[in-house]
Design a protein around this ligand. Structure first.
Ligand SMILES: [Zn+2]
Length: 155
């Protein structure tokens, strides 16, 4: 059974090279899983039709794993993630940026997460939101540079 949910996907119709250099300003869009799965109707390595496809979500990120049935395929199991990681971390950029945006907006995290859940939109848990706030290295290395780029240098 295919789960029907939204997820946030980071793509750009603008200059791809330019937009991929800044995770904060790179355009992000809401996508439907059913539409995403249309991209996985064939193996991206050997082009064999109908690989086995499984999808799961990690907060706002979709993770699609394909298993090719062609024994000659050089990469039978392939995993695709809809978001890059925050540089230097194992944290999906959309998960972190959504928490960061809630914090900067002064919004109630539980209300925002409820909005996401009512839409069927993938989101982090309240526990993850508060875990991100506690990680000292993230506060030091990511919060301040992001905050300064957003508010100080845009004046
Ligand atoms: Zn293959």
């Amino acid at each position: 059974m295919i789960m029907m949910c939204f997820f946030i996907i980071c793509v750009s119709s603008l200059n791809v090279k330019e937009s991929s250099q800044n995770l904060l300003t790179e355009p992000k869009h809401i996508g439907f899983l059913s539409q995403l799965l249309l991209l996985f109707t064939f193996c991206h390595t050997c082009k064999a039709n109908k690989p086995e496809v499984s999808a799961r979500q990690e907060g706002t990120m979709a993770v699609v794993t394909t298993t090719c049935h062609n024994p000659a395929c050089k990469r039978q199991v392939c995993t695709w993630r809809s978001q890059p990681n925050i540089p230097g971390t194992q944290i999906a950029a959309g998960n972190f940026l959504s928490c960061f945006a809630i914090l900067l907006a002064g919004a109630s995290p539980s209300k925002v997460i409820q909005i996401f859940l009512h839409m069927g939109l993938g989101c982090v848990t309240l526990r993850t939101f508060f875990r991100y706030q506690r990680v000292r290295s993230i506060q030091k290395n990511i919060h301040w540079p992001l905050y300064s780029r957003l508010f100080i240098f845009q004046a």
